[in-house]
Design a protein around this ligand. Structure first.
Ligand SMILES: NC(=O)c1ccc[n+]([C@@H]2O[C@H](COP(=O)([O-])OP(=O)(O)OC[C@H]3O[C@@H](n4cnc5c(N)ncnc54)[C@H](O)[C@@H]3O)[C@@H](O)[C@H]2O)c1
Length: 245
């Protein structure tokens, strides 16, 4: 018996990185997973280690496309039980006075607007079925703020506030919404970073190592399951002791 037997999940940004790891865990635990992404060129089921039930190309920043894509998935599977809002971009690194206006709009549109659009499409469906688990991927940057990534930090802080509001709107229904706030995770991005940057990032984490994708997948899987019954609007820490709240 798997934790997610018979459940249908949508994982946004699921073609690679953390989203792919979350999808793999959900599939391993019995879920049918619908992967959403802008780009599946690099996705390969063998190396990802799981077979998605369906893939749908969609830009989470496009509210209309999100609604249509959600409705198509719901029709195909009869119901969507789990929504993992993971798609996100970092945007450029620049101080506020130099931050490009178009990049600000884009980061907010994807990292915060995308979460809103996906929840807006899923919530009526989940409410009607009186069941749903929504997990939004925020970041430690949303709690701490970090120089050079103001748009990202603002969007990720927004995701935390948004999730609290949504959870309170849904309290009393069978739909729970929570966040996770990871620190820097060991992904392919590391190959592009300097050794100094990697060392400085690690030094901020009391456990003195980086987060591994299976660790975040395990936490998301639990928050997306029927085992999570009395926690909503919360932000689960996954920072190796770095977060102080
Ligand atoms: N990697 C980290 O260290 C870290 C730390 C904290 C939080 N996060 C968050 O975790 C999430 C996943 O990060 P990752 O490192 O796996 O990133 P990634 O860049 O490896 O993967 C993100 C995926 O989202 C997709 N995507 C981007 N824009 C999209 C859009 N508009 N519509 C649909 N799909 C889109 C990309 O194509 C990609 O497949 C992000 O929200 C990120 O902010 C990452």
């Amino acid at each position: 018996m798997g934790l997610h037997d018979g459940r249908v999940a949508i994982v946004t940004g699921g073609a690679r990185g953390i989203g792919s790891g979350i999808a793999r865990r959900l599939v391993d635990e019995g879920a049918s997973v619908v992967l959403w992404d802008l780009d599946f060129a690099a996705f390969d089921a063998t190396s990802a280690g799981f077979e998605p039930a369906m893939t749908q190309r969609v830009d989470v920043a496009d509210a209309m496309a999100v609604q249509e894509t959600f409705d198509a998935a719901a029709r195909r599977f009869g119901g969507i039980d789990i929504l993992i809002n993971n798609a996100g971009i970092n945007g450029p690194v620049a101080h506020v006075e130099d931050y490009p206006l178009d990049a600000w709009q884009k980061v907010l549109a994807i990292d915060l607007g995308g979460v809103f659009h996906c929840c807006r499409a899923a919530v009526p469906h989940m409410r009607a079925r009186d069941y749903g688990r929504i997990v939004n991927v925020s970041s430690i940057a949303g709690k701490e703020g970090n120089p050079g990534i103001s748009a990202y930090a603002a969007a990720k802080a927004g995701v935390i506030g948004f999730t609290k509001s949504l959870a309170r709107e849904l309290a009393g229904t069978g739909v729970l919404a929570n966040c996770v706030a990871p620190v820097i995770t060991e992904t392919d991005l590391f190959k592009e970073m300097t050794a100094e940057h990697v060392a400085a990032s690690k030094a901020k984490i009391p456990m003195n190592r980086f987060l591994q994708i299976p660790e975040i997948a395990a936490m998301v899987s639990w928050a997306a399951s029927t085992e999570c019954t009395f926690t909503t609007g919360f932000t689960f820490d996954i920072s190796g002791g770095r977060a102080t709240y």
